[in-house]
Ligand binder design. Structure first.
Ligand code: NAI
Ligand code: UGA
Length: 438
């Protein structure tokens, strides 16, 4: 039975995977090229915010099942199965994904693999990458018994631990029965609990991942397109969404209208998918994703316009409070964050912007050092002429209109996530505006 796993790349995905696989009883060795990151993880200090994960990390460091290193040699000697969790970001000024970190990890690992093992790709990659990586691996590895599997990951930040321990489904792309058997051993616990497993070839496994994210992005942009129509007609998109959600065939998940999607995955994955479709000569099949992306970006522009309109047409010298910097609640991730994007645009247009977020302030400061930052929601709102709620943290949803009202100069609020009760705020003499509702 497989006992020793390694995880290469210990960011959001890899650190979660390493800690959770140790929690399931495996001996796990995690590797990253960033010595700082490895030092912090080894000390039980998670370098990002993820509810529940620090406890899992520390428990498994203490019981000795989880360790970290920067040495590929140590990894190669230790692991029976090596999970590849390095980043695949969008290339600068292009839609395509940058898979150079995958290639570099394989180039570092493969020449050290002197005995049989399975290398398992988890990173999100353009379809066709696994076949290419498989050839590279076989060419560079001294042992003929080294092979590749592709096992895309579907976890959501904020729910990463539960999504890893009990995923909705497992997908593995394999080229042999041996690889399938090893993957079944690795996920024996989840399979015994009834988690569905789809075994496929490489391209299908790669495509499941990007098509899942494309579908989720499309669902969000669909409801936001309806919000645009609602804005032109005086209809209420939150009621429309609620009514749609009662139809089981549609369902209410990912039908939340508002500022739209951001983060390190949905935006870059739909763009990389379009780029790959272009290379494959099937760009027409995915041309709708261009519109999905455009609808999503238009929500940010609409948000800025709404706020500027509330201030009489200009941000110049006006105080704006932005509540939220993370791309979604329960995360400190500001990659392609709609909230931070809106804050930066208002700053560019001359606004005096103060941002507050319960967890993402450090990352926000690094990404947008020119913005102002508050110590708390009330601090950020002091003397504000308009408050923009852009990430729906629980503490923002629970804000008291009177308490906030005592801090601001003007009682103007724009609810970018359709998360507040308009009547409550209007009764407290706030001018309440939202995306897609009157
Ligand atoms: N963040 C998420 O919720 C999910 C991410 N994914 C996918 O997982 C992959 C990783 O994403 P994140 O963890 O968010 O990225 P991340 O940027 O947080 O972490 C990537 C890590 O890989 C390390 N790395 C880069 N090159 C390396 C190399 N040659 N050897 C060893 N380590 C190396 C980096 O230093 C970094 O720590 C991406 O393909 C992403 O699309 C998939 C599902 C969920
Ligand atoms: O490939 C990935 O990395 C991951 O991408 C997403 O997960 P994540 O980026 O953590 O966040 P989501 O919960 O999907 O939210 C994405 C964005 O959509 C927005 N959203 C979500 C739901 C909704 O109804 N409306 C809406 O605007 C959120 O605010 C957020 O900005 C997918 O949900 C995961 O299954 C996938 O593994």
């Amino acid at each position: 039975m497989v006992q020793r796993l390694t995880v290469i790349g210990t960011g959001y995905l890899g650190a979660t995977h390493a800690a959770c696989m140790a929690e399931l009883g495996f001996e796990v060795l995690g590797l990253d090229v960033l010595p700082d990151r490895i030092e912090r993880l080894a000390a039980g200090d998670l370098p990002f915010y993820e509810p529940g994960l620090p406890e899992v990390l520390r428990r498994n460091l203490e019981n000795g099942r989880l360790r970290f290193t920067t040495s590929y040699k140590e990894i190669a000697e230790f692991g029976e199965v090596h999970f590849l969790c390095v980043g695949t970001p969008q290339k600068p000024n292009e839609y395509a994904a940058d898979v150079s970190f995958v290639d570099s990890a394989i180039t570092s690992l493969a020449p050290l693999l002197t005995r049989g093992c399975l290398v398992v790709g988890k990173s999100t990659v353009p379809v066709g990458t696994a076949s290419r990586v498989s050839e590279l691996l076989r060419r560079l590895a001294p042992s003929p018994e080294v092979e590749l599997a592709w096992n895309p990951e579907f976890l959501r930040e904020g729910y990463a631990v539960q999504d890893t321990l009990r995923p909705d489904r497992l997908v593995v792309g394999v080229e042999s029965e041996r690889a399938e058997r090893i993957m079944r051993e690795v996920y024996a616990r989840q399979l015994a609990e009834g988690v569905p497993l789809v075994v496929s070839d490489f391209p299908t496994a790669e495509l499941v991942k990007v098509s899942a994210n494309a579908f989720l992005a499309t669902k969000i942009s669909f409801i936001n397109a309806m919000a645009e129509v609602c804005e032109a007609t005086g209809a209420d998109v939150t009621k429309l969404s609620q009514a749609l959600s009662y139809d089981d065939r549609i369902g209410g998940k990912f039908l939340g209208p508002g500022l739209g999607f951001g983060g390190g995955c949905l935006p870059k994955d739909i763009r990389a998918f379009m780029a790959r479709a272009g290379e494959l000569g099937v760009d027409q099949a995915l041309s709708f994703l261009r519109e999905v992306d455009a609808i999503n970006i238009r929500r940010r522009i609409r948000m800025v316009d709404l706020a500027r309109h509330l201030l009489g047409g200009s941000f110049r010298g006006r105080k704006v409070c932005v509540l939220g910097a993370a791309f979604k609640p329960n995360s400190d991730d500001v990659r392609d964050s709609p909230a931070l994007d809106v804050a930066a645009e208002i700053r560019r247009q001359g606004g005096d912007v103060t941002v507050y977020d319960p967890q993402a302030l450090d990352n926000a400061r690094k990404a947008q050092p020119d913005l102002g930052f508050g110590e708390s929601a009330l601090d950020a709102a002091t003397d504000a002429e308009v408050v923009l709620l852009l990430t729906e943290w629980k503490e923002f949803r629970e804000l008291d209109p009177e308490v906030l009202g005592a801090r601001v100069r003007e009682r103007n609020i724009v609810d970018g996530r359709n998360t507040l009760d308009p009547e409550r705020w209007r009764t407290a003499n706030w001018t309440y505006k939202a995306l897609g509702r009157p």
